[in-house]
Design a binder for this molecule. Structure first.
Ligand code: BDR
Ligand code: CA
Length: 317
């Protein structure tokens, strides 16, 4: 991890399920990247809420970004939300203004495929369940080769949050995740190994709020809610998973990573939704008949630099 400056703003489409940390990720992506579009997916809460929240976040920050509504349910798994963490509407206890904008389309998958075809250097960042991305791969099997990068917030080599070994975004639609991990290598897995090291709390909320802008106040309120939920679990600060995944794209030099085969477990009684990451020596992996595809696994970050960047993004509005 070095402290090189970032010289360009990557072009990003953000697939998300806002969600407290998704909303902060939208603000972060639009500040440090060129945010070409937002696609929404069922996840933390239902698709009506995640789509409404994406539109509301863009509106509060004055972002002129199209929002395309996506999948309303997982491919096969039953629908399971994370309203216990994100609140019934997905944005904690924030009172949102009335919407003055509406969705650009209700076909997120078409938008993903079309944008990947028409933009050469597109980074697709997916920070919710992988339903839309799996459906896009089914519609265009060459999707991965059209992208400059595919980064997901999800999974983890040595950690789970919904179960001892499964992370929410993979666990919520494991069949979709399996399609993406199997058919879209290499992807960058920004999993719980790293996101649990980038923790924001009361100090960061105060720094955001001190600017007095509506967007920074909005983000501070989201962070307060996440922080309060985390304290109920005995944690001293809150991971802001999805914004960390954005910084992994815009400031990759701040992260430590290595390449490993990763498989999504679909059948285990106790392990469904686990991202099984093979960290054995290459010779041991080479002896396997058919090892899973190799992905870029992110382990660690210069946490204080990443936190400062997230705050910098939020207070810029
Ligand atoms: C992920 O799950 C969701 O609840 C968050 O928005 C994040 O994308 C963390 O496991
Ligand atoms: Ca999310």
């Amino acid at each position: 991890m070095t402290a090189e400056a970032v010289t360009s703003r990557p072009r990003i489409v953000l697939d998300c399920d806002p969600g407290l940390d998704d909303a902060i990720a939208i603000l972060t992506a639009a500040h440090f990247g060129e945010l070409l579009g937002i696609t929404t997916v069922n996840g933390n809460v239902g698709i009506e809420h995640t789509t409404h929240n994406a539109l509301a976040t863009a509106q509060v920050a004055g972002l002129d970004v199209p929002v395309h509504r996506g999948a309303a349910r997982p491919l096969i798994a039953p629908t399971m939300d994370a309203a216990r963490i994100h609140g019934a509407t997905g944005l904690g206890d924030v009172t949102l203004p009335g919407l003055t904008r509406s969705v650009a389309s209700t076909d997120a998958v078409a938008f993903l495929c079309d944008t990947a075809r028409s933009i050469d250097d597109l980074h697709l960042v997916a920070v919710g369940p992988l339903t839309n991305v799996a459906l896009a791969l089914r519609r265009d099997p060459d999707l991965r080769s059209r992208l400059a990068g595919l980064t997901i917030m999800g999974g983890g080599a040595h950690a789970g949050n919904v179960t001892p070994v499964a992370e929410f975004n993979v666990w919520a639609d494991p069949e979709a995740a399996a399609i993406v991990f199997n058919e879209a290598a290499p992807l960058t897995m920004v999993g719980l190994d790293v996101t649990h090291k980038v923790l924001l709390g009361g100090d960061e909320a105060a720094r955001m709020r001190s600017t007095g802008t509506p967007a920074a106040g909005f983000a501070a309120s989201l962070l307060d809610f996440a922080y309060a939920r985390c304290r109920e679990f005995g944690l001293e600060a809150a991971p802001v998973h999805d914004a960390t995944a954005i910084i992994a794209v815009t400031h990759p030099h701040l992260f430590r990573r290595s390449n490993h085969p990763v498989a999504v477990e679909l059948h285990g009684e106790h392990t469904r939704g686990m991202t099984v990451t093979d960290v054995r020596p290459p010779a041991a992996i080479a002896a396997e008949a058919a090892p899973p595809p190799v992905h870029d696994v992110v382990w660690d970050a210069d946490a204080s630099a990443v936190i400062d960047l997230i705050v910098e993004a939020v207070v810029s509005y």
